[in-house]
Design a protein around this ligand. Structure first.
Ligand code: HEC
Length: 705
């Protein structure tokens, strides 16, 4: 036995050298980076699991966190320790062989803020550090003990706002995606407001030893910097209204070329862009930055002057493809619209043609739509698009088909239909298409594995009725900041995932409500930028304490600048009476795309709808959040679906090989690692999203001895 495991270790070490990959030292056995490697391949060369034995995969261990709720994290595994983050943003280290807790950092109280997609790991000799964020704080923890490293920043943490201009100090700045480690730097994604008053979305590199800012790239150019001519205002980065263009989805790193590939978010406010006329560089871009200095090497903009929140949702994949008989180091970006853009990693040249196509013009006063948008000629899109739908695509399962057809006929279905006072059907929806889970890749063979949503949403604007004399200050603040999700009448939209705020005081204390407004919760951003006086008025409105005080004159905060003439009417899914998608299935898909040719190899529905399965309907696919992992020897693992399963597919055919019902749905990406002589598959099951039950388990699977 001893000898066998020694032998196994020897084989692994030799294979490890043989298969040395840009991903890192022990790419073969560990899962040292977010999504597996710095190229974000979601890829493993482990081969103990095969298509033949996969059916005998069993739960090897379970870890229960003390707190319940959504976990989007992709754990990392270094040696025999697995590092992850719970729903309440507690960081933990587990023995990767048994699931036993080694240390935990953070309190058990359900904190607010966003969910976390994981942690980053850095080492130099025996100095091993785990980096993670909670709110605006970036912490450095000792990876052996979980204790803060006191020499980093102040008492083991820095405030991410320390690297931003002073104007960002009282704004909503957090990070939900792990930073990218390069040499002694950690380069940080940021999550900012998408409404009025977002901070500028600088890409910042901090020193892992001291916490000092090493460099920053201004995605919102400062006065005099290149790109500033695309905003209509030389001081746009100081605007009290316009901001963002932040990298929130994470980035990929080519260690050999020393290049960071950074997808950037849309400019805020999202849906009405009169205050930012122009292309808005460098929002909605893929940036290639020198990883040592942050200097821009090349960029490509996916959406000019975004009015749809169509920013790239996931880190790009670094992948090698063969074009014209030559091997090319490429970078591929999946998008919410269902397009895949592929570039030469060094030059930024697209590997397939992209056409600038004319798109419809906005009718909203003040709005200047950009006249064209880039559309790849190849590969074909992987998700259906509203402009190709007909009434035949209204769900056959909808009991209220006739009323859905009426709404469908009334709505604007053109590709890039601009926001207007009429409803537009947004398909793929606000989240995509591809979502934050991103694509898995075989980095050497040039194949991309993409899971995608096919959920149509409605997009409609209304005239801002701030001027309505009947509104209290609190209600006006509410409409400006909250109604987009919680609806004008505060009823929310359960089906679309936004809670009702009616009678909120019977459920939450004022302190709790205040904290939620300041810090955000789940996908809700915080609103520290609302001035205290107005926040008090908002609280009075929410707790129904407002008197009938009329708005007599513009209050200090209703300065002209903060006034937006049009407002988004609320994120609403296009659903039938039963709460199922109003368009026909598939509602979620999984596909393999060969980037050598630009052709799809296969496509299958991903996930099942229980109520329809009972009626004998074939697999419908479901909404899915979280990505896949693929193995060199032909497997693909994915959870992500609303139905709460984790599945294994044949990577070459899309055939389902194994499925397992998890205790709660896993809106997260699995990890594969090897520890203690065994291969494991692990996944975080937090549920909560899409109305599913909450969970608290990290589960690892292995083959039976
Ligand atoms: C981008 C969408 C969005 C915006 C804008 C938004 N919220 Fe929320 N809000 C949510 C979501 C989603 C939740 C549920 C979060 C969770 O539990 O994970 C939530 C939860 C809440 C809760 C807790 C509800 C409960 O029953 O636990 C309160 C209170 C709240 N929001 C108030 C506000 C206020 C006040 C504003 C405006 C200042 C606002 N929200 C703006 C999306 C939003």
């Amino acid at each position: 036995m001893r000898l066998l495991s020694l032998l196994a270790t020897f084989i692994i070490i030799t294979q490890c050298n043989k298969f040395y990959h840009s991903g890192g030292e022990n790419h073969f056995t560990e899962w040292k980076h977010y999504l597996g490697d710095p190229g974000r391949s979601h890829y493993s060369k482990l081969s103990e699991f095969t298509s033949k034995n996969i059916k005998s995969l069993k739960v090897a261990w379970e870890y229960e966190s003390k707190d319940y709720g959504q976990m989007q994290m992709n754990p990392i595994v270094v040696d025999t320790l697995l590092y992850g983050v719970s729903s309440a943003l507690r960081v933990f280290a587990l023995d990767a062989r048994s699931g036993e807790e080694v240390w935990v950092f953070g309190d058990t109280l359900k904190t607010l803020f966003s969910t976390s997609r994981g942690v980053s790991y850095w080492e130099s000799g025996n100095d091993r550090r785990i980096f993670y964020t909670k709110g605006a704080d970036l912490w450095a923890l000792n990876a052996h003990t979980g204790q803060p490293i006191l020499s980093f920043g102040k008492g083991g943490k820095i405030d991410l706002r320390s690297g931003l201009p002073a104007s960002a100090r009282d704004k909503f700045v957090i990070s939900s995606t792990p930073g990218t480690i390069y040499k002694n730097l950690i380069i940080m994604p940021l999550r900012l407001s998408e409404g009025v008053g977002a901070a500028p979305g600088d890409v910042m590199a901090f020193d892992v030893i001291t916490g000092e800012l090493a460099w920053s790239f201004h995605t919102l150019p400062r006065n005099g910097e290149p790109g500033i001519e695309t905003w209509g205002d030389p001081n746009i980065s100081e605007s009290p209204i316009v901001g963002a263009a932040n990298n929130w989805a994470g980035m990929a790193l080519d260690q050999k070329r020393e290049i960071l590939y950074v997808p950037t978010g849309s400019a805020a406010p999202d849906f009405y862009g009169a205050l930012r006329p122009g292309k808005n560089l460098y929002s909605n871009c893929l940036l290639a930055l020198n990883a040592n200095t942050g200097k821009l090497l090349w960029y490509y903009q996916f959406i000019h002057h975004d009015l749809w929140d169509r920013d790239p949702p996931a880190p790009p994949n670094l992948i090698t493809v063969k074009h014209g008989g030559k091997k090319i180091a490429a970078v591929a970006q999946v998008t919410k619209q269902g397009y895949v853009f592929v570039f030469n990693r060094e030059t930024g040249q697209p590997l397939f043609d992209i056409k600038e196509e004319a798109v419809p013009e906005s009718e909203l006063p003040g709005e200047q739509t950009w006249p064209t948008q880039p559309i790849p000629v190849k590969p074909a899109r992987f998700a259906r698009q509203s402009d190709k739908l007909t009434i035949k695509d209204i769900s056959p399962f909808a009991p209220n088909r006739d009323s859905l057809i009426t709404l469908f006929k009334q709505s604007d279905k053109r590709n890039f239909a601009p926001p207007s006072l009429k409803p537009a059907l947004l398909l793929p929806g606000y989240d995509g298409g591809a979502e934050w889970g991103g694509a898995a890749a075989d980095p050497d063979k040039g194949i991309l594995y993409i899971n995608s949503n096919e959920m149509a949403w409605l997009l409609q604007m209304k005239i801002n009725d701030d001027k309505d004399e009947k509104l209290t200050v609190g209600e006006r603040v509410y409409r400006q900041n909250c109604a987009v999700c919680h609806m004008t009448n505060r009823s929310g939209s359960q089906a679309s995932g936004y809670p009702s705020l009616l009678a909120i005081k019977t459920r939450l204390t004022e302190k709790k409500i205040h904290n939620i407004i300041m810090q955000g919760k789940g996908i809700m951003p915080g609103f520290p930028q609302i001035p205290e006086k107005n926040r008090q008025e908002l609280m009075s409105f929410l707790t129904d304490k407002s008197d009938n005080k009329k708005v007599k004159e513009i209050t200090e905060t209703k300065s002209k600048e903060l006034y937006m003439p049009f407002q988004h009417m609320g994120y609403t899914k296009f659903l039938d009476q039963n709460g199922l998608p109003a368009i026909s299935p598939p509602w979620g898909t999984l596909q393999a795309l060969d980037l050598n040719t630009g052709e799809y190899l296969w496509k299958v529905p991903l996930g099942e709808t229980e109520s329809l399965r009972e009626l004998g309907q074939p697999t419908t696919g479901t909404e899915n959040y979280g990505g896949a992992v693929v193995t060199e020897n032909g497997l693909l693992f994915i959870a992500a679906t609303k139905d709460g399963y984790i599945r294994a597919f044949d990577r070459d055919s899309g055939k389902l090989l194994w499925e397992f019902k998890l205790p709660a749905a896993a809106f997260a990406t699995p990890a594969l690692y090897y520890a203690g002589g065994k291969q494991y598959l692990t996944i975080a099951c937090g549920g909560e999203k899409l109305g599913t039950i909450k969970g608290n388990k990290i589960i690892a699977f292995a083959l039976e001895d």
